[in-house]
Design a protein around this ligand. Structure first.
Ligand SMILES: [Zn+2]
Length: 267
């Protein structure tokens, strides 16, 4: 039996988007070069706890925004044995449309988020289309309803949710973005979410172009490195390379679901 504070850690792909480098870097090295991104949900599972990290978007949102929808994020979680109907803890890294949808499909969950993200999503910065365009207002309103239903758990900065799992305010991409640090059999792994969209954003310190505060994004890369045991323990939020680098959950789930608690070997 594994120790109670050691988690198995999964990434499951639910959507993808074909695009060029121009959409992925502030300063794209080769703007017309193809560089797709993937959309994931994550789960951390110990003997006692299951945490889902982000909820993805709906098929309707995929159609509205021209994304290629592969499977409902809750079905994606089902592939790794996580039943959304019974999950009690969902960590919302930030309120962008691709992370906060589907909250009505987690009827028993509380939602863990940063004070600053709720303030950001319901405050003056949403008057600026550069920030508001990545939010779906109905998702934000839905989370406000859950607040009044006493299902929101606020965190301010760093917080341990259970032994072996904690959230850390990073900001930058949105004001209240948080990353998640998870103890696994290979050490402390950090799910960056959109504190680092792609390996190349951090490796070349060339951020993803949707930004609230660029200095915070760059400081966030340093913070991720502090939190993770090694750079190989940082998992970016949207990089298709993650599916190549980590072992598949099973032969059937190659290209769909990987184990982030196993050593990265590929690529
Ligand atoms: Zn995202």
């Amino acid at each position: 039996m594994p120790e109670a504070d050691i988690y198995e850690l999964f990434a499951v792909k639910y959507a993808t988007h074909g695009r060029t480098q121009a959409a992925n870097f502030v300063d794209p090295p080769d703007p017309h070069e193809a560089m797709p991104i993937d959309y994931f949900v994550w789960a951390a599972v110990s003997v006692d706890h299951t945490f889902v990290i982000d909820m993805g978007f709906t098929e309707e949102t995929a159609d509205d925004r021209g994304r290629t929808f592969l499977r409902c994020p809750t079905d994606a979680l089902g592939l790794i044995g996580v039943d959304a109907n019974t999950v009690r803890d969902v960590i919302v890294t930030h309120f962008h449309y691709d992370h906060i949808g589907n909250f009505d499909k987690f009827p028993k969950a509380d939602f863990h988020l940063q004070d600053r993200e709720m303030a950001f999503a319901t405050g003056r910065h949403m008057l600026n289309p550069a920030h508001g365009a990545s939010m779906n207002v109905e998702d934000v309103v839905g989370m406000v309803r859950h607040l009044y239903g006493h299902r929101v758990r606020f965190h301010d900065g760093d917080a341990e949710l259970a032994p072996g799992i904690s959230v850390h305010h990073i900001g930058g991409h949105t004001d209240g973005l948080q990353s998640v640090r998870v103890k696994t059999k290979r050490g402390w792994v950090v799910l960056a979410s959109d504190a680092c969209h792609l390996y190349a954003n951090m490796e070349t310190r060339n951020p993803f172009p949707i930004i609230f505060d660029k200095d915070m994004v760059l400081a966030g890369y340093d913070r991720l490195r502090e939190l993770a045991d090694t750079p190989e323990h940082i998992v970016p939020g949207h990089d298709p390379l993650a599916l190549d680098r980590y072992p598949a959950v099973s032969e059937d789930l190659k290209g769909i679901a990987v184990r982030l608690d196993e050593e990265p070997g590929g690529d």
